[in-house]
Design a protein around this ligand. Structure first.
Ligand code: ADP
Ligand code: MG
Length: 322
């Protein structure tokens, strides 16, 4: 994309997000030059959204700009980091000013909320895809890693599960999504909220954490695999929106809340003697914790139905190569 590639970058991407003193050189040079605060560690994560895989062709560009940054910030939230910088690699089929204006608006608004500065990127021609890398800071020893779960710790989640999955299901079936209830579900799918405040509030307190992008069972499974433990989940303790609760009641199908992705709430494990502290910190951060189960020494993640029997529905999370 020679020629107007540079106009495009300067028009839409040279001033996105909050301005920061630690950006010594931002968009426009061969590299960005960034100052990590004295004594802090750098947390780095990258995620891609591909057309036809992560979003439908023709999706609203403003939502896409929001979501590609949000899913990355969710990873910083899950490790308890304070976000600082982002880079953006964008592949576009053509230059479409309306699309670029909307995309950069969605990206920029979320970046400003979290004082994140876009400091560089790459722009190429091809099938629509957006990759964002985010950078944040953690205090040494305070990061919320996946490998810190231990038997006896309580499992908590910081928001309702299955809303994005239900929205996707309704969209795929071409069902009506105009009611107020459905609009809420669509927001969970299209404009996820990265739970940065609660991630930071629990850093140094929780044993382990992960953000739920691929479904509770898959992501809690990652904590268990990295920590060499298992987990028991009590399904009647899962926080569900009225819409998802209705769906489960009427179909008997638990796969939405336990296996659908794109929720971006945090799943944390907390030692029982820190339960009260974790609860009050999370509440102060605006994302109350629901306690849904317990870490076990025996490997395997099991879900228990309200009647005391074990859930046997095939529940696997999303796997791109599965
Ligand atoms: P180079 O050829 O040296 O890699 P580019 O032409 O790719 O440089 O980019 C020029 C400048 O614009 C660089 O500072 C780069 O980081 C920035 N940039 C390119 N694309 C984007 C984008 N989509 N968002 C933000 N910055 C971008
Ligand atoms: Mg480049």
């Amino acid at each position: 994309m020679a020629g107007s590639e540079f106009d495009l970058i300067s028009q839409y991407f040279s001033r996105l997000g909050g301005s920061r003193d630690d950006v010594l050189l931002g968009v426009g040079d061969d590299c960005a030059l960034l100052q990590v605060p004295e004594g802090m560690q750098l947390a780095v994560s990258i995620d891609t959204l591909n057309e036809g895989v992560h979003f439908f062709p023709g999706s609203d560009p403003e939502s896409l700009g929001h979501k590609v940054l949000a899913v990355n910030l969710s990873d910083l939230a899950a490790i308890g980091a304070e976000p600082a910088w982002a880079t953006l690699a964008l592949t576009l089929p053509a230059i479409d000013d309306d699309w670029l204006r909307a995309f950069s608006k969605g990206f920029g608004r979320l970046a400003e909320i979290h004082k994140v500065r876009l400091v560089g990127g790459d722009t190429t021609r091809g099938k629509l895809a957006a990759t964002v890398q985010v950078h944040g800071f953690v205090t040494p020893g305070q990061a919320l890693r996946r490998d810190g779960a231990e038997a006896g710790q309580l499992i908590g989640i910081t928001g309702s599960l299955g809303d994005a999955g239900l929205a996707l299901r309704l969209l795929q079936r071409g069902e009506e999504t105009d009611s107020a209830g459905m609009r809420e579900l669509r927001l969970r799918l299209d404009r996820p909220t990265p739970q940065l405040a609660v991630g930071r509030a629990l850093s140094g307190i929780a044993g382990a954490a992960i953000d739920i992008s691929d479904g509770l069972l898959a992501d809690l499974g990652h904590i268990c695999a990295r920590s060499g433990v298992g987990a028991d989940i009590k399904l009647d303790l899962l926080p569900l929106s009225p819409q998802v609760a209705d769906f489960v009641r009427s179909t008997g199908d638990w796969r939405l809340p336990v296996a659908a992705g794109d929720d971006y709430v945090l799943c944390v494990t907390v030692a029982p003697d820190r339960q009260g502290l974790a609860e009050s910190r999370a509440r102060q951060a605006g994302s109350p914790i629901s306690w849904i189960g317990e870490i076990k020494a025996q490997p395997g993640v099991h879900c228990w139905l309200p009647d005391g029997s074990r859930l046997t529905q095939a529940c696997v999370g999303y796997d791109h190569f599965g």
